[in-house]
Design a protein around this ligand. Sequence first.
Ligand code: PEP
Length: 250
Amino acid sequence: MRPKVIAGNWKMHHGPSATRKFFSEFSPRFDGAEPTILIFPPAISLLAAADSRGSRPEIGLGIQNIHWEPEGAFTGEHSANMVVAAGARFALVGHSERRHVFGETDAQVELKVAAAIGEGLTPLVCVGETLDERRGGRVEEVIVRQLDAALLGVAEDAKNPILVAYEPVWAIGTGETATTDDVAEAHGILRRRLREIRGDGFAQEVAILYGGSVKPDNAAELLAVTDVDGVLVGGASLDPESFARIAESG
Ligand code: PEP
């Protein structure tokens, strides 16, 4: 059994003091190892999150984006080794906003996955189709292509080095949620592809999360879908009460 993973992507919300306030309200409600809780604050709030998480080290912290180089003239970027030093153990890679707002490519996703793993970060690789791609019957083609690119960054001897999130672009921040049938189909495709490329042992170890307008009132239903090992939550992860209710569904 893979433990459920409940991850919160704060996007560009919650500076350091809002981050401290969040943890002071959220952390006391979670004192166990399960479900696995991950929070991806803005980079500027990572140190505040690491401090204010305090006695709840089992709440994992991640960065929303990394650069693949260890250092250099890359204004505004953060390298994997820097974010590890600031307390992160996870890194989002290929989030749809990175792909569609900032033009992140599959080739960059591969480089970022490799850089993350190289520094001991676990990448949480996001894949998902746009509405046009769904309407064009291209869901499988798109998510398999994105997954394959990410796997190129994972060395053959790596054991359980990635998490995957299926996030249909049209469901992110829109209030639209994929149906449970759509989710089951996409997660089945991803699990099968992991098996084809890396074998059954690897495929069974990788947690596949669903993301896209997850809220306290739909989390339990989504978490019950076959092959859904967790959820990646944007908007509803900003409020400690709402994120705690989602985590309690896990
Ligand atoms: C996300 O940012 O990954 C996300 C799924 O956002 P939301 O839950 O707001 O749709």
